[in-house]
Each structure stands twice: as C-alpha cells, then as structure tokens.
Design a protein around this ligand. Structure first.
Ligand code: SER
Length: 350
C-alpha cells in the first residue's frame, strides 16, 4: 500500500463540496447505496458527520476559497465529476452579503477553474453539477405571482436576495466556462460539461436546513415531531414549490447520468408539488394533532418568499432527461416525511 503522496497514478474521483450540508448528506447516502462511493472525496468547512465518513473515500476539512487546497486537489486527483454544493443560503446571505458573494461566487469560480484545468489535463471536459434555486426568480408582486402559475427558466429573473443574485450569476458563469472561457486565446479551452438544476424549497426527514428562507416548511414539520411549538415567519397563504430530499437527489443523479447530446440547456427547473404555509400546517396537524403552529410573519423574510414563484415549469427537464419526481405531496408526507421524522425523534428519545 502506498502512502497517499507516493501513489503511482492519480485516483479518479467525484468531488463533492459542501458535503456536510443537507443535499450532501442525501447524496452521499444515495451514492453509498448505489455502491458508488469508493471514489468520493468530500470537501467541507466543517468536515463530515461521523455517520457518513465511512461512506466516502476521503474527507477534506477546508475552504473552497483556499487556492492552495484547490491546487492540491488538481494535482492529487483525476476528477471525473464535481458536485458543487457549498453555498450560503438566502437568509444567511442577507446578513453578510459580501461574504456570501465570496463563498457563492468566488468559491464557484474556483471550482469551475479547477474543472477546466482538470479537463485540460485529462483531454475531455469534466462534468460539473451545480444546484441553483428558485431564489433566482423575483416576481414583482403577489398578484403577478398568483396569475403567472408555473414559471419557465427564462422569465422573471430579477432576484431580490444576494443568494438569488449569486445563483443566477453562477448559472451564467457555468455556461460561460463551458462554452466561451478563453475564447480569444490561441489554444481553445476544453470547457466543461456544466449541468444545473434549479431546486425548489427542499425538505429532508433527516436533516434541517440552515439559513434558508424556505425553511418554514421543514422547521414546522420537525418542530411538531419534537412536540415543540412553531411560529411561522410567513403568513398562511404564502406558497412556493417544494421537493423532498430523495427527489432532489434523484434529480442530481439523473441529470448527471443523462447523455450530453440529449441536453439542450444548461439550467433546468425541477418541481414536484407546491404548498402554502397553511397547507403544510394542515398536513402536519393531521399527523401530529397536538402540534402548536402559529403565524407571525416577518415582513422582510415573507417578502423574499413572496418574490419566489408559486410553481415552476419543469417541462424541459421532463423532455430532455426524463425527469419526474417519485413523490407527489401525499406520498411525500405519508410515506417519507411523517414516518421517517416520527421514527427519528422517537429513536433519539429512547
Ligand atoms: N432553500 C433556499 C433558501 O431558502 C432556496 O433555494 O435559501
């Protein structure tokens, strides 16, 4: 067995940044179940939860803004695919917009550049999977939101949060690095194989989001299961699209596996169901009759959620890579969220 630095050939890996976040947790578990993780290297500021560590090849505790670390990855590995999950979510980003910009934009540029360099040394483009968000939209008012229904990928792109601006810009950066990077140089860049999904609000039964503005739904469900009262920071009638984590992971994996020639776009909406805050509360109360849920809207946070669409049009994903969610709203609550969360908190009590 060679020490890492003495290995004669570079190992072929999938690199996952921000792996210790919600999506990272779901993705690592799924790759592990698919028996695909021997070659997963993860990078996260806070390392990786102990339960997940045996499921990956290597955990690097570090910062995507650290250029030396990026160089180390470039030299040490042959990177087959980058799944760039690291980001500061929308509420967190509003408290420190400039540092959000550094993490969300400069961090993404560092990874895009890494992918370009890797592609150059391997002689073919690296797949780069990027999660964007409904936060890229900015509906002007609630009347327009109600009238427009499902919004396609190219309409109402006027985000009102730093996070939304960062995600929209990085969608463009992905397209730019894929097709136009170094377009005036003598040696044309090899580019990269950029693939992006715009997620709705995600709800996991295993983890809680940190610092998002769609968090009122997961917070409401997890609070009820723990017997804690919950005060919603948006009003009853606020509606956005949601998706449960298994479908989010399914979307990432299906998009990563789609033959490149089938993909006519870089950015795809994906959707499964839309709910208002009161509809989430009703479903929670139907399962946890003692749940105490009240509505105390925080005007600025509600304004952010109001600027996001009530629904998104994901027909391009359905047509081009056969996207369809496994969980409609009934299945999401009855077969995934409620039983898993109930069991999780019951086991942790005992
Ligand atoms: N869940 C994200 C947030 O609330 C939106 O994509 O910031």
């Amino acid at each position: 067995m060679f020490a890492r630095s003495q290995r004669p050939i570079r190992e072929k890996i999938i690199l996952i940044t921000g792996a210790n976040g919600e999506v990272g947790h779901g993705l690592i578990r799924q790759l592990y179940e698919m028996q695909d993780t021997s070659e997963v290297v993860v990078l996260d500021l806070s390392g990786l939860d102990d339960a997940l560590t045996p499921m990956v090849n290597r955990v690097i505790t570090g910062d995507i803004l650290d250029n030396e670390l990026i160089n180390l990855l470039l030299n040490e590995y042959e990177i087959d695919m980058i799944v760039h999950l690291a980001a500061l979510l929308s509420t967190h980003s509003e408290f420190n917009p400039e540092s959000a910009h550094r993490v969300n934009v400069q961090g993404t540029i560092n990874l895009l550049k890494l992918a370009i360099e890797q592609g150059r040394s391997r002689g073919h483009p690296v797949r780069f999977l990027y999660p964007s968000s409904i936060a890229v939209y900015g509906l002007p008012d609630v009347q327009t939101k109600a009238q427009q229904g499902a919004i396609d990928e190219n309409s109402y792109l006027y985000p009102i949060t730093m996070y939304g601006c960062n995600k929209l810009y990085c969608e463009h950066l992905g397209r730019y690095y894929a097709e136009f990077y170094q377009q005036l140089s003598a040696a044309k860049s090899i580019g990269l194989d950029f693939r992006c999904v715009r997620f709705p609000g995600l709800i996991s039964a295993h983890t809680m989001p940190t610092g998002g503005t769609s968090d009122f739904a997961p917070e409401m469900i997890h609070a009820a299961a723990q017997g804690k009262p919950y005060e919603s920071f948006v009003a009853e009638d606020v509606r956005i699209p949601f998706m449960v984590m298994p479908d989010a992971i399914k979307a990432l994996i299906s998009l990563s596996e789609a033959p490149r020639e089938q993909l006519k776009h870089y950015v795809y909406n994906v959707s499964s169901f839309s709910l208002s805050a009161s509809e989430v509360a009703d479903r929670v109360k139907a399962n946890f009759p003692d749940a105490e849920i009240s509505f105390e809207p925080h005007a600025a946070r509600q304004n952010i959620v109001n600027s996001w669409p009530a629904d998104v049009d994901d027909s391009a994903a359905r047509q081009e890579w056969d996207w369809s969610p496994d969980y409609d709203v009934d299945r999401a609550f009855n077969e995934y969220l409620i039983p898993t969360i109930r069991q999780y908190y019951e086991t942790s009590k005992s």
